[in-house]
Design a protein around this ligand. Structure first.
Ligand SMILES: C[S@@+](CC[C@H](N)C(=O)[O-])C[C@H]1O[C@@H](n2cnc3c(N)ncnc32)[C@H](O)[C@@H]1O
Length: 285
């Protein structure tokens, strides 16, 4: 039995927040549930876990922390993206910190250029060997993105700030570093910049006309980096993008041979637009 009262049974425990907490997902279940089933099924290192509906990777991250190899399949691009970033095991903390310094300096230069002033001045002291950039032209969002973001989910001023930060992150060549900070940006949009509430359906909150973006974004990104110092992913976890009803089109053949139960019967495709911010940070490809 899970030793939790009803209130806490479905909540993420605070000790589980590192990495698991990188992206808020209404449909997610808590990591302690995965630990419970690992124990209940008596899984050991000779077993491999397959989560055909991997979401943001709770099963995969927890399996990896428990030194169990796992694979996941996920049909929603944003949750797949989050699971990929959360399960990547080769981040270099010094490199991330160096890029965080670059992002910080570039945001300050770009805001100065556009006459954007924020209350919190220099909340962080960061060293970087990288040359910052100044974003001189704020990108417009594409027509498709505009269609996907319902009116009012983000106000114009926070949106301009998000687009500046996105442009700065896009210039990072290393894809793993770039995607790491894109996930931080997605979290920043959900938590701080957007007018979004989860309850559990996605709703619209009162419009925020502005956001203290430098402080808030840097807090999220630096706490993600410090999570990597606190938490260790041990075993390999691999999320695959696709439809679990057709596993043969998603999993490599050598993995497919090992699947012994009909995962395709476990549900139907429901690509939920659980996170509209994907259209701001990631084009879903
Ligand atoms: C309940 S959530 C999974 C939660 C996840 N284990 C977590 O805690 O992060 C179910 C997930 O299944 C995905 N999904 C639904 N139908 C699918 C299908 N046919 N193939 C792959 N993924 C699917 C949804 O996009 C959603 O992310």
């Amino acid at each position: 039995m899970l030793a939790f009262n009803n209130r806490d049974r479905n909540r993420v425990q605070s000790k589980d927040l590192p990495i698991h907490g990188w992206y808020q997902f209404v449909l997610g279940y808590p990591p302690h549930l995965v630990r419970y089933y690992i124990e209940k099924f008596g899984l050991s290192q000779k077993d491999v876990i397959l989560d055909p509906f991997a979401g943001t990777g709770t099963t995969l991250v927890e399996a990896s922390m428990s030194n169990l190899v796992s694979w996941g399949v996920e049909a929603n691009p944003i949750t797949y993206f989050a699971s990929k970033i959360k399960t990547y095991r080769n981040y270099n903390i010094n490199t991330l910190e160096n890029y965080l310094g670059y992002i910080f300096d570039s945001i300050k230069l770009s805001y100065k250029y556009h006459g954007i002033f924020e209350g919190t001045l220099d909340p962080f002291t960061l060293q970087t060997s990288l040359t910052p950039i100044t974003v001189t032209k704020i990108d417009k969002i594409s027509a498709e993105q505009e269609r996907m973001i319902p009116r009012g989910f983000i106000s114009p001023r926070p949106l301009s700030k998000v687009l500046i930060i996105r442009e700065i992150i896009e210039k990072i060549e290393d894809i793993n570093v770039r995607d790491f900070f894109k996930l931080a940006l997605a979290t920043f949009i959900v938590k701080d910049a957007g007018n979004i509430s989860f309850g559990p359906e996605i709703g619209k909150t009162k419009s925020k006309e502005d956001v203290d973006s430098l402080y808030k974004f840097m807090t999220i990104a630096s706490s993600m980096i410090s999570d990597l110092q606190k938490t260790k992913l041990v075993a390999e976890s691999t999320p695959y993008f696709g439809d679990a009803r057709n596993l043969s089109a998603v999993l490599p053949r050598y993995l497919l041979r090992k699947v012994k139960y009909p995962a395709h019967r476990a549900g139907h495709l429901k690509t939920i637009l659980a996170a509209r911010e994907i259209f701001l940070v990631h084009d879903g490809t």
